[in-house]
Design a protein. Sequence first.
Length: 203
Amino acid sequence: MKKNKISKNWINKQRRDIYVRKSKIEGYRSRAAYKIEEINKKFKIFDNKFSIIDLGAAPGSWSQYVIKNYKNCRILTIDLKNIDSIDHCFHIIGDFTNDKNKAKIKEYFNKKVEVIMSDMAVNTTGNKNLDSLVTGELCLDAMKFSIDMLKPNGVFISKIFMGKSFNEIVEFSKKNFKKTNIFKPPASRKDSKESFVISKFLR
Ligand SMILES: C[S@@+](CC[C@H](N)C(=O)[O-])C[C@H]1O[C@@H](n2cnc3c(N)ncnc32)[C@H](O)[C@@H]1O
């Protein structure tokens, strides 16, 4: 399919999408806000949680959702891209996988945190296997970081794709957390291989 035909299809899909329309009305920067809302409603992630890290945060709708509903939170956001500022959020522009940026995150909180959420995904190449492999690597890296950085009752949430690294991620989560759930929120497009892993309570 030609590139301009793909982008026309994408625009038409966006116009029909109820989550896109709702996000415009409710002031969210992207429809992704409803994914974290649905995850939170099912797994009660943010009740009595105050320190949060948002990995791959741009344009910022996950953090917008949290701040709108949990006013006492402090969030550190990181992304390769800049984001427009959000109250109670401190943003780092950079690659999360870089050790210097991990050190900056640790230094910012200077203590363990309660929630680490990652929606990191690479720009799609069109090769679904490659995309899921690279996003799987990002998820594993974020999970390893979380084991070191979360309080014992902490929660880790991450985007994952059904693919080669799926089983490895689930096994690694089960080994390191007492509870592991896989959930595809209704807001996640049906034709996407995306799902989310929710890992609770460090072993
Ligand atoms: C699906 S978007 C996140 C949407 C976001 N949760 C929201 O609600 O607005 C994925 C983001 O991951 C970021 N990303 C991908 N690889 C990254 C990395 N290594 N370090 C930091 N951010 C990364 C991309 O720049 C992109 O902005």
